[in-house]
Unconditional design. Structure first.
Length: 408
C-alpha cells in the first residue's frame, strides 16, 4: 500500500527497513512470492541500487478496487424481487444433492443414473478417477477415485474443478473468462441472486456446467438470475472445512466377526461401503454389512487397495471405536491384507530360457555373467537351466557368442 501511488522504483533497502530484524526471513519469502506472481518486479535504480516497481496492470486494478471506477463485474446488474426466491438452507440442500449425484455415479449407485451428463463422465475419465471397463465399456471407479472419495467436500470440489478447467479450451470455451467468473463467484454473497446480463456465450455455457455440479442454482436454463452456493463461494477462499462437508462424522463400527454397522441415513455412504462389503440389512438409520473374501477381491479387482479400505474404515470410525487401540480389530486388518496378498502369489516377468549346456563350466560361466548384470531371474544348476530377463538377453547372447568364438 505504501508504494501504490509511487510511480518510480522504491529501493529494496527502504522496503526492508519497514520490517523488523526478527521477521526478515518472512519478508524475503514474501518478496519472492510477489515477484513470482509478477505483482512487482526488480528494477535497477541510478547509483547501483536495486528497487521494486509495481506491475502497471496490478497498480491500476488495485486503485480501481480501492477508489472505485472501472467496469462492473458480470452479474452486478440490478434485479427486481424474485418471486421464486431461495433461502440459504435451500441452496445448501440443492448444492449437496447435485454434488452427491456425481459421487453416486462414481460408486455405481442407481440414484445417479438420470442426473449425470456426458460432460461429468468425460471429466471423471480425464482425471483418472474412473476408467472404462474393457468388457462392456461402462465407467468403473479407480484407486485414485476411491482416494478421492475419502477427501472432504471442499477438496473434492477443488480437484474436480481443476480437472474441468483443464478441458475448458477443448470445449470451445475461453479459459480466462471461465477463471474470472469463478473467482467472481468467490466474492459473492450466499443467498443473494445475481444477473446473467452481460455474460458472454462462453460464460453462459460455463454457468450451465457449474449449475450441474451444484456450484450455482438457476431455476431454469434461460433464467436471467442465478444464486451462487457455498461450494462456489468457498472454492477460491481456501476453506477446507465447511457446513457442506457432511461425510466426515464417524458412523462405522467394525466387529471381529467382520460385521460392519453403519449408523447413517445417507445412501451415498451406504454405496461407498458396498464397494468392498456385502450388504446384509438396511434399516432407516442403520445398515449392516459384512467384509468377505469375495467383496474385498472385487474391490481389489477395481484397483482399490487393502490400505485404502482400511483407511476408509478408520477415517469414518464411530466415536466409540476411536476409544480403542487399535481402532480396527487386528483380525480384520490382517485378513484384508492377506486377501490382497492372494492376488500377488505369482509374479510374471518376461524372460528367455537357456538350457542344453554341454558342460557344467559353460553353464556356470554364463550364469555368473547374467548374475553380475543383474538379469538372472531363475537357475537350476542340476538341470543346467536358467532364465534371463528379456531386457538382458541381447547382452548375455553376445557374451556367449564371444566365448564360443574364443574357445574354438
Amino acid at each position: 500500500m505504501r508504494i501504490l501511488f509511487v510511480e518510480q522504483p522504491v529501493p529494496q533497502t527502504t522496503v526492508s527497513s519497514w520490517v523488523t530484524q526478527a521477521h526478515q526471513s518472512e519478508h524475503h519469502q514474501s518478496c519472492e512470492t510477489l515477484t513470482a506472481l509478477r505483482v512487482w518486479q526488480e528494477q535497477p535504480i541510478p547509483g547501483g541500487l536495486s528497487g521494486w516497481l509495481l506491475n502497471k496492470t496490478f497498480r491500476c486494478n488495485l486503485k480501481i478496487a480501492l477508489l472505485g471506477g472501472g467496469n462492473p463485474w458480470t452479474g452486478s446488474s440490478s434485479l427486481g424481487a424474485d418471486k421464486y426466491v431461495r433461502d440459504v438452507s435451500y441452496l445448501e440442500t440443492y448444492a449437496m444433492e447435485r454434488w452427491e449425484c456425481v459421487l453416486h455415479f462414481m460408486v455405481g449407485s442407481k440414484e445417479a443414473v438420470s442426473g449425470v451428463s456426458r460432460d461429468v463422465v468425460d471429466i471423471l475419465l480425464h482425471s483418472g478417477l474412473m476408467r472404462t471397463d474393457e468388457v462392456d465399456g461402462s465407467p468403473l471407479i479407480t484407486a485414485a477415485g476411491f482416494q478421492f472419495l475419502l477427501l472432504d467436500t471442499a477438496s473434492q470440489i477443488w480437484f474436480f474443478m481443476l480437472q474441468y478447467l483443464d478441458t475448458v479450451e477443448t470445449r470451445g470455451m475461453d479459459l480466462v473468462e471461465s477463471l474470472s467468473f469463478l473467482f467472481q463467484l468467490s466474492f459473492s454473497t450466499l443467498g443473494k441472486d445475481y444477473s446473467t446480463d452481460g455474460m458472454s456465450e462462453s460464460q453462459q455455457k460455463f454457468l450451465q456446467h457449474l449449475r450441474e455440479f451444484g456450484l450455482v442454482y438457476q431455476r431454469k436454463r434461460k433464467s436471467q438470475r442465478y444464486y451462487p452456493t457455498r461450494l462456489a463461494i468457498n472454492l477460491a477462499a481456501g476453506l477446507s472445512k465447511s457446513s457442506t462437508d457432511v461425510h466426515r462424522a464417524g458412523y462405522i463400527v467394525v466387529e471381529t466377526n467382520y460385521r460392519v454397522y453403519a449408523y447413517t441415513e445417507s445412501s451415498l455412504q451406504v454405496a461407498l461401503l458396498s464397494l468392498f462389503c456385502d450388504m446384509l440389512y438396511r434399516f432407516p438409520n442403520l445398515c449392516v454389512a459384512a467384509i468377505t473374501r469375495d467383496s474385498v477381491r472385487q474391490a481389489l479387482g477395481s484397483g482399490i487397495t487393502a490400505e485404502q479400505i482400511l483407511n476408509f474404515l478408520r477415517s469414518h470410525a464411530h466415536a466409540e471405536m476411536l476409544t480403542r487401540t487399535p481402532v480396527l480389530p487386528p483380525t480384520v486388518t490382517d485378513q484384508v491384507r492377506l486377501w490382497e496378498l492372494e492376488r500377488d502369489r505369482f509374479k510374471f516377468t518376461d524372460g528367455v530360457l537357456y538350457n542344453q549346456f554341454l558342460s557344467q563350466n559353460d553353464f556356470e560361466l554364463l550364469r555368473d555373467y547374467a548374475r553380475d548384470l543383474g538379469v538372472l531371474e531363475w537357475e537350476s544348476p542340476a538341470k543346467r537351466t536358467m532364465v534371463v530377463a528379456r531386457s538382458g538377453h541381447d547382452d548375455v547372447k553376445r557374451f556367449w557368442k564371444r566365448q564360443k568364438a574364443s574357445s574354438s
